[in-house]
Ligand binder design. Sequence first.
Ligand SMILES: CC(C)(COP(=O)(O)OP(=O)(O)OC[C@H]1O[C@@H](n2cnc3c(N)ncnc32)[C@H](O)[C@@H]1OP(=O)(O)O)[C@@H](O)C(=O)NCCC(=O)NCCS
Length: 211
Amino acid sequence: MIQLLGKIYRRVQRHVDLNRYNPTTIAEYLRKQGSTIGEGCVIVPTNLGAEPYLVRIGNHVTIAQGVKFETHDGGVWIFREELPDFQVFGPIVIEDNVVIGQNAILFPNIRIGRNSIVGAGSVVITDVPPDTICMGVPARPFGSISKYREKSIERWQAQRPPDILIEDGDTWWNSKHFPANREKLRRHLLELFRQELGGAGVPGNKRRKSL
Ligand SMILES: CC(C)(COP(=O)(O)OP(=O)(O)OC[C@H]1O[C@@H](n2cnc3c(N)ncnc32)[C@H](O)[C@@H]1OP(=O)(O)O)[C@@H](O)C(=O)NCCC(=O)NCCS
């Protein structure tokens, strides 16, 4: 009974602790769990796996929702009858300026190089070189960052509301105009994607290929 109460107390305590943070401040909490994390990161998951002290994250890294950090190889479980304390571990290192897409799984013993993107849902089992987009299961390099940059700038030029205000030195998120800008963006995107969403539509929007 006391054990159960202790367990419930720890769960409630963790919940209360976590409520004090958001994705831009959670690094502070995760550092207390033993991870090494740089500055300017946006981290949505609140848990970096069973061995958080084996996770090292650089500066200006975004980690999307549902990303899993696996710092041990559970496969050796099947040898435990023979070797009762058998465990195998490996670190996960993420260098500066990286995005890890939603629901990616990161395996032990990997280093994700700076300026790289891991696609949503990918399973990363080997090192990712710097300046690389990788995706898939297992994740493989795909295309070039510079082409992705060009393509994305073109898309944003079509999607950016013409009347947004951001003062020099501010970003979209910390600008004092953020609420107004977000509303302008909502209206602009609704207009841009009117056809797709069931209205009259704006010609020339790139659509994903159909199956
Ligand atoms: C990896 C990513 C950046 C690629 O963007 P992109 O180049 O604009 O992607 P495209 O839609 O043009 O697809 C390019 C190719 O990659 C493939 N692809 C795209 N994303 C993929 C993914 N996550 N896993 C596997 N393959 C993927 C496409 O099928 C396409 O392949 P094809 O050329 O053989 O048809 C993007 O798809 C992604 O996963 N972004 C992260 C999304 C996310 O997690 N957002 C949460 C907020 S951070």
